[in-house]
Design a protein around this ligand. Structure first.
Ligand code: ZN
Length: 288
């Protein structure tokens, strides 16, 4: 290297450092925050409003959340009615930037008129989330397109692999055996994609009380051995499902991670871990 090159190169450093200040992203809940982190890497700094093991359906934003949204460069949400509290929060914060809807373009399942928001539980739809998020990040990260594209492709590959292995594992079980009880109706997309029937005492949101008739029907279904596996969820009070399992005469098969990651030390610290854990717990309980 010539002396002149040595002289020139340090002068370029401050410019590079300024160009790479991370994009401040606020995600509505922990699963989206993880996806943004996987795609954006060090080019983003992302926080979740609803954190690990917490329930986004009934969340109540705090004054600290108002400040976080106010100083965000980008706000990312699930949509499909999942974050009923979000519009008021954004208005209160004065945030005027983009609210990126991760589920954009997805045709939702419906129960009656209500869209089912839990589309991330089907990994083919999760790939659509990833493409939407990657496009949204690319528009705000000039100069970072190459690393973003590389990380996006790598992550999509991991989602495809997990999708395929889950399909194969469940396909080895007779269809009639694949019946599972969970606390709330969060696994409709999983069920449709991988061929499992999920029954639950609560509806698609956790804000409703289960009916006594629904609870006794579930207990009856367990006793008639139409249901093989009963799971509690990380975001819900386990007592009702424990009672249903007890009265049906079966053991609770473990915990499913429905609408939130676990803490970083838990079994579902990332979305890939969450899905692999759920698929494994369900397959094991059903005898695959
Ligand atoms: Zn839910």
């Amino acid at each position: 290297m010539r002396r002149r090159d040595l002289f020139l190169s340090p002068a370029l450093l401050p410019l590079a450092a300024v160009a790479q200040a991370p994009l401040r992203v606020v995600a509505s809940f922990s699963i989206l925050a993880d996806l943004v982190h996987e795609l954006g890497g060090e080019q983003v700094s992302v926080t979740a409003l609803v954190g690990p093991d917490a329930d986004a359906h009934v969340y109540q934003p705090s004054p600290a959340d108002v400040r976080r949204v106010a100083s965000a460069d980008l706000v990312v949400v699930n949509g499909l009615g999942f974050e009923g509290w979000l519009d008021r929060l954004v208005r209160a914060s004065g945030y005027r930037g983009t609210v990126l809807v991760a589920s954009a373009g997805i045709t939702p399942r419906r129960l009656g008129r209500e869209p089912d928001p839990h589309a991330w539980q089907d990994l083919r739809l999760a790939q659509q989330y990833v493409r939407t998020l990657a496009a949204g990040l690319a528009a705000r990260l000039p100069g970072a397109h190459d690393p973003l594209a590389v990380r996006t492709e790598a992550y999509l590959g991991r989602l495809r692999e997990l999708d395929e292995s889950t399909r194969q594992r469940l396909a080895s079980l007779p269809r009639a055996q694949r019946r599972v009880i969970t606390s709330h109706d969060a696994f409709g997309y999983f069920g449709a994609a991988y061929g499992v029937d999920f029954l639950s005492p609560q509806g698609m949101s956790t804000d409703s009380e289960p009916s006594a008739a629904t609870v006794s029907r579930l207990i009856r279904q367990i006793r008639q051995t139409q249901v093989r596996a009963v799971f509690v969820e990380n975001i819900s009070d386990p007592r009702l499902v424990e009672r249903i399992a007890h009265e049906g005469g079966v053991r609770v098969g473990g915990r499913l991670y429905s609408d939130a990651l676990s803490g970083p030390a838990g079994p579902a610290g990332t979305f890939l871990q969450l899905f692999a854990h759920n698929a494994d717990a369900i397959c094991t309980a059903l005898g695959a």
